[in-house]
Each structure stands twice: as structure tokens, then as C-alpha cells.
Design a protein around this ligand. Structure first.
Ligand SMILES: Cc1cc2nc3c(=O)[nH]c(=O)nc-3n(C[C@H](O)[C@H](O)[C@H](O)COP(=O)(O)OP(=O)(O)OC[C@H]3O[C@@H](n4cnc5c(N)ncnc54)[C@H](O)[C@@H]3O)c2cc1C
Length: 475
């Protein structure tokens, strides 16, 4: 079979030596160490189709992979040595940019940052921004329905897709690339593959929406008392500035302190250490509107209403970047700090404060002095509610309590009608809790769709949906 694959993709497109395949078998955080039978790297949709067909004939399991920055073990092979990684990295062409349609058509292996830059070169903007944008690919972004910092204004990746090209599990190509904004001709099939985590088909290209470039931006570091005030402030800003609010990130004091401790060259923009901080950004396409002044006026009014303790408005791009640096270094600070237990949950925006009020004391009841590294996208109700080990407990003791911590966090999210996964997906990490919290009829529909599109379970088997025997044992 491997020589057959090599005939399809050429010698440069097939890796079989362990030293060549190792990097593709290792997940970003080093979890789920695996072993690939081979890594196949097709360069065109026709090659993907032939590869999938050849693997289907032999019953070989394929793991689609983009930038391999996923955080839930969905993009790497298991340790059986039988799974083949299908890397989309060589399919990285921008096929078309149409400024009048405000669309671009790109291949799945295009790196997100390259897409942003290509749009900017045509005086357009592609709004998806993530910490991993220098490595993550649009195929991975679509397959995980990635979120990021500007979802509050532009929506998740799902909202950016107009059409897809997909290779199905039997090798057929679905030519679904379309730049139409209106097309009421039946089921909107692209939405099956977006967020499908590579279990229903291999995305090979996408037509994406483009937007006008923001010609003005203003950034503020805002000290507040509580998550409840954060939610009120967001409502107030939206009432006064509308869609111009493009980012609204929350950070707990503990979170800011962690970054400052591990990156001592960084400086907090305000002198007083407030209990919570908001990093807010507003954007405007017109140069005629005095954006900075309007933002300043609205924030001053928010202060008069006692929603805000203090504000630092960035006076330059450099100051804005310094504020964003604190936010973007949180994952790295956590990595430097040592063991942590992570959650990516979402709750209705109006219930964020309720969630925090229940979950933080519950964490302390399990591990006294635990550090809750809370941060996230308030406008999407998405909190990264992570726990870092306190000095008073050993690493082993801390990690022993991980299951109890996960249990309490997911229960707290469910109790306020939240979700156990906001933007990272399910992969191999959250299948048990998916089954536990998702509506059983929804699970049964998902299984039916999987069986209809991939009856032999060859595409990303055991990811997103657990193995069928687990499902039947759980009824
Ligand atoms: C530092 C850092 C910051 C991050 N920040 C964010 C964030 O703000 N928001 C967010 O949502 N995520 C974030 N992530 C997670 C990750 O970057 C995203 O999930 C991203 O969308 C994954 O893209 P990728 O190309 O790396 O996909 P991969 O990791 O390669 O794959 C992810 C999943 O998609 C499937 N897949 C990949 N390509 C295809 C394809 N062409 N067809 C079918 N299936 C495919 C894989 O099988 C796997 O299940 C972050 C990760 C890191 C390391």
C-alpha cells in the first residue's frame, strides 16, 4: 500500500522513517504520544482523492493534519503504528482573491497568518486571529471551528466560510466551493465538515469571506472589580459603540500576576493591581470618525457609573502591543509555571459571574490555595478556566485531583447551561464528557451522520465520537 501511495504523491510526498514521521506524531503539548505508519503529503485535491481511495480499499485509517496545533489530541496518530497521517501542508496555494465579491479561495494547508497577509495586500481583512496563527492552517481552523480574539465582532471560523471543497471517505470530491452569500438549495453541507474534526471528510479548500480593513483601532487596559462588572461594561460599550467593539478579553488578577512573574520585562499599564482586568479593542473602517476620543468618552462615562475603576488607553501601536503581549503570553507563562489543569468552557454571557462565583470556591475546596488562572473572551462567554499548582502541594498530589477538578468545572458549566468545549473541540480528550453532557438525540444523530459519510470509520476514528462499543455500553 505504501508503494501505491508513493506512486500517487511522489517520493517527496511520503514519509516512512521514524525520524521523519516523529514530529507529525507528537501533539503540541506533548500529550498522546503516538506512532505513524507513514505520513502522506499530497499536493493537490486529485492526489488527496487518490490517497483516500487507496487507503479505503485497504481499510487503512487516516488522520488529517494541518498545523498540528490542536489541543485535544485530534490531529496525531495513536500508538498502534497503524494509522497514517494525511498532512495537508503541501496544499498551501491561495487560489483566488476577489475584492469585489469580498472573497478568497484558499487551499486547506494555507497558514492562517499567510491568509491574513494575502487579504491585507488586497486592501481587505480576514478577521480570524489566534495565538497559533503562525502555524495553524485554515483546514484545521475550519475542522475545529476555531474561535480567537475577534469572535465578538466577526464570529467563529464557521461564520467565515462560504464554500468548501472536500474529499469524502470513499475518495469522491465534493466541489462545494461557492462565493454565494445566498443559496437556499437544501442542506448546507459545509456545516457538517466545519467543526467535524476531520471525522467526516478531508477539507482541501475553502472560499472565505473578506471584510473592509480597519483603518483605526484603539486599545484599553481597564481595571474592574468583578466579572459581573465586566458583563455590564460590555453591554454599555456595545450600546454606545455598537459593532466597533472587536475584542473584550477578561483576566483575573492571578492571571496577570502569573504573566508578570514569568516575564519580568513586561509592565502592567496601570499602577494599582485591580482584582480583574479587561483588555478591550475597538475598530473603525472610516478615518473620519474620531475613534480614540469616542472610546475615551464612553469609558469616562463608564467610570462615572462605577463600572470601571481605572483605565489606561494605549497612546501608540507599541503601547497597544504591550497590552496584548500580556494577554497572549498567558499560555506560555502557565507552561513555565509548571503543572496546570485546563478547561475551555463557555457559558451564557449573562451567567459568567455566576459560574465564577460557584467554580472558584469549589476549586479551593479540592486544593486549598489553588491558583485559578481565569481568562477568556467575555463577549463569547468563553472562559479558559485553568488551575495552577500551589506551592503547598506536590505535583503528583495536585494531578491526582485533576478528575475531581474537571468534574466540578464541567458540572458548574452545565448548571448554567454552558458547554464543556468552547473552541478547542473534543478530539481524544473530552469524549467521555461529551457523551455525558450532550443531548442523547444529538449524539445519535452525530453517529448516524458519521455512519452515512464514513461507514468503515476510516477518517479520524476514535476522535470526537468515541468507539461505537463505548457508545453502546453507555446506552
Ligand atoms: C498557542 C496556541 C493558541 C491557540 N489559540 C486558540 C484560540 O484562540 N482559539 C482556538 O479556537 N484555538 C486555539 N488554539 C488551538 C488550535 O490552534 C486550533 O484548534 C487550530 O484551529 C488548529 O489548526 P491546525 O491547522 O493546527 O489543526 P490540527 O491541529 O492539525 O488539527 C486539528 C483537528 O482538525 C483536523 N484537521 C486538520 N486539518 C484538516 C483538514 N484539512 N480536513 C479535515 N480535518 C482536518 C485534525 O484531524 C484535528 O482533528 C491554540 C493553540 C495554541 C498552540
Amino acid at each position: 500500500m505504501l508503494s501505491g501511495l508513493q506512486r500517487i504523491v511522489g517520493p517527496a510526498g511520503l514519509l516512512t522513517e521514524p525520524e521523519d514521521t516523529a514530529a507529525y506524531a507528537l501533539e503540541h503539548r506533548g500529550n498522546y504520544p503516538g506512532k505513524a505508519l507513514a505520513v502522506v503529503r499530497p499536493a493537490s485535491v486529485e492526489e488527496v482523492s487518490q490517497v483516500v481511495r487507496a487507503c479505503a480499499q485497504r481499510g487503512a485509517r487516516l488522520i488529517p493534519q494541518g498545523g498540528n496545533t490542536g489541543l485535544v489530541g485530534g490531529s496525531t496518530p495513536d500508538d498502534s503504528g497503524l494509522e497514517i497521517v494525511l498532512s495537508l501542508g503541501r496544499m498551501n496555494r491561495i487560489r483566488d482573491i476577489n475584492p469585489q465579491d469580498n472573497t478568497m479561495t484558499v487551499e486547506a494547508g494555507c497558514i492562517l497568518q499567510n491568509i491574513q497577509e494575502a487579504a491585507a495586500a488586497q486592501n481587505r481583512m480576514f478577521p480570524l486571529t489566534l495565538g497559533s496563527e503562525g502555524t495553524a492552517t485554515i483546514g484545521g481552523n475550519l475542522s475545529t471551528n476555531a474561535g480567537g480574539d475577534q469572535v465578538i465582532r466577526y464570529g467563529n471560523t464557521r461564520e467565515q466560510a462560504l464554500g468548501l471543497e472536500v474529499v469524502l471517505a470513499d475518495g469522491r470530491i465534493w466541489h462545494g466551493l461557492s462565493s454565494l452569500r445566498k443559496d437556499n438549495t437544501g442542506y448546507d453541507l459545509k456545516h457538517l465538515f466545519i467543526g467535524g474534526e476531520g471525522t467526516l471528510g478531508v477539507i482541501t479548500a475553502a472560499t472565505l469571506k473578506l471584510y473592509p480593513v480597519a483603518r483605526q483601532q484603539a486599545t484599553a487596559w481597564i481595571a474592574i472589580r468583578s466579572p459581573a462588572d465586566a458583563v455590564s461594561l460590555l453591554s454599555f460599550l456595545r450600546e454606545n459603540l455598537g459593532d466597533r467593539v472587536t475584542a473584550f478579553e477578561i483576566m483575573a488578577r492571578e492571571t496577570v500576576n502569573l504573566v508578570l512573574m514569568h516575564f519580568p520585562a513586561m509592565r502592567e499599564p496601570l499602577p494599582e493591581a485591580a482584582p480583574w482586568v479587561i483588555l478591550a479593542e475597538v475598530s473603525e473602517t472610516s478615518v473620519r470618525v474620531p475613534l480614540q476620543e469616542e472610546f475615551e468618552t464612553v469609558l469616562a462615562e463608564a467610570m462615572e457609573r462605577d463600572l470601571v475603576l481605572d483605565v489606561a488607553l494605549a497612546a501608540s501601536e507599541q503601547q497597544s502591543k504591550a497590552m496584548w503581549d500580556i494577554r497572549s503570553h498567558i499560555p506560555e507563562a502557565q507552561r513555565k509555571d509548571g503543572p496546570s489543569i485546563k478547561h475551555d468552557i463557555s457559558v451564557p454571557i449573562s451567567r459568567i459571574a455566576e459560574f465564577v462565583e460557584v467554580a472558584v470556591p469549589a476549586m479551593n475546596a479540592i486544593v486549598p490555595d489553588i491558583r485559578c488562572i481565569t481568562f477568556g473572551h467575555v463577549g463569547d462567554g468563553n472562559l479558559h478556566f485553568n488551575q495552577s499548582k500551589p506551592a503547598s502541594i506536590s505535583k503528583a498530589d495536585f494531578l491526582d485531583r485533576a478528575d475531581a477538578i474537571h468534574e466540578v468545572v464541567h458540572e458548574a458549566a452545565a448548571s448554567v447551561n454552558g458547554s464543556i468545549s468552547a473552541e478547542h473541540g473534543i478530539g481524544r480528550q473530552k469524549q467521555d464528557i461529551l457523551i455525558r453532557y450532550k443531548d442523547p438525540v444529538a449524539i445519535s444523530l452525530m453517529v448516524s451522520i458519521k455512519q452515512a459519510l464514513d461507514p468503515s470509520n476510516l477518517l479520524n476514528p476514535g476522535r470526537l465520537l468515541p468507539a461505537t462499543d463505548t457508545l453502546s455500553s453507555q446506552g
